[in-house]
Design a protein. Structure first.
Lengths: 63, 206
């Protein structure tokens, strides 16, 4: 699954650690999601959507 | 004191990896040459197992930069580290008592049984600590890495035990005490961490 996490984060000038703090996960988690190595669970995907104040489908895209 | 600590924690991952490999090589060399017996080798093999902790920390620091640490160590990981340290200490203590008691005298069967069970219970405590980490870790990615690492270690230990058992049955390999399965599992954790690093870019938490 593709995602726009890196772009959205850059638009807000957030570091991976800053986003990780907002999501209450490790920086490694953010990095793994961002690089497409790990697909988050639905609850975490909703948390990400909440942090960016966007719908999930605007962040995560089908391959 | 603080300066010494900082110097120690700032050792590179390459240093710790070299030290770990050197330690394993030295123990294997001593065991194969007959300089130390199997019991001594078993105790000494704890050293490289423990050395994997600073190795992973150093690798995490290298990856994350100066502010980083191993997966941002959450509360669950801190509790895990404390539990493993406690059970490792209990293992060393109980194994030392067992070795000393059986070397100096011939304890009664009941006492010998109790003393022999204690190191095993301490190792079970480490298994329990890994299980608790999986239950308590709130970060789903890190939890997945720990589960994956444990499954790889379990696969390696069970596979090695099965193959060795048949080799023993066929009189091809010498008899090994069953606790070597646990030692193999701990070494398997390192393989699992390495696999996590390659596959997911993170060593995990164990």
């Amino acid at each position: 699954m593709k995602n726009r996490l890196k772009v959205l984060r850059a638009e807000r000038d957030w570091s991976q650690q800053a986003l990780a703090d907002r999501l209450e996960v490790s920086r490694q988690s953010v990095n793994a999601i961002e690089t497409g190595r790990y697909d988050p669970s639905l609850p975490l995907a909703f948390r990400i959507a909440d942090v960016f104040d966007m719908p999930i489908e605007a962040i995560f895209l089908r391959d | 004191m603080t300066g010494t600590k900082e110097k120690t924690t700032r050792r590179s991952a390459r240093f710790w990896a070299g030290l770990l490999l050197g330690t394993v090589g030295a123990i294997a060399g001593l065991a194969l040459s007959g300089a130390i017996d199997a019991d001594t080798a078993l105790v000494l093999m704890l050293v490289p197992v423990i050395q994997t902790i600073p190795l992973m920390r150093a690798a995490g620091r290298r990856r994350d930069g100066a502010a980083g640490s191993l997966c941002g160590k959450g509360e669950a990981q801190k509790r895990y580290t404390r539990r493993v340290a406690l059970f490792t200490a209990l293992y060393l203590l109980s194994f030392g008592v067992l070795t000393f008691a059986t070397a100096e005298s011939e304890p009664a069967f009941a006492l010998r049984s109790v003393l022999a069970v204690l190191p095993g219970l301490a190792v079970i405590g480490i298994f329990w600590a890994v299980g608790r980490l999986i239950l308590e870790e709130q970060d789903e990615f890190i939890r997945m890495l720990v589960v994956r690492q444990s499954l790889i270690a379990t696969g390696i230990a069970l596979s090695a035990a099965t193959v060795w058992g048949f080799l023993e049955a066929a009189d091809v390999a010498p008899h090994l005490d069953a606790y070597w399965v646990a030692v193999t599992w701990f070494l398997g954790l390192f393989v699992g961490a390495l696999s996590n690093r390659i596959e997911y870019g993170s060593w995990g938490a164990v």
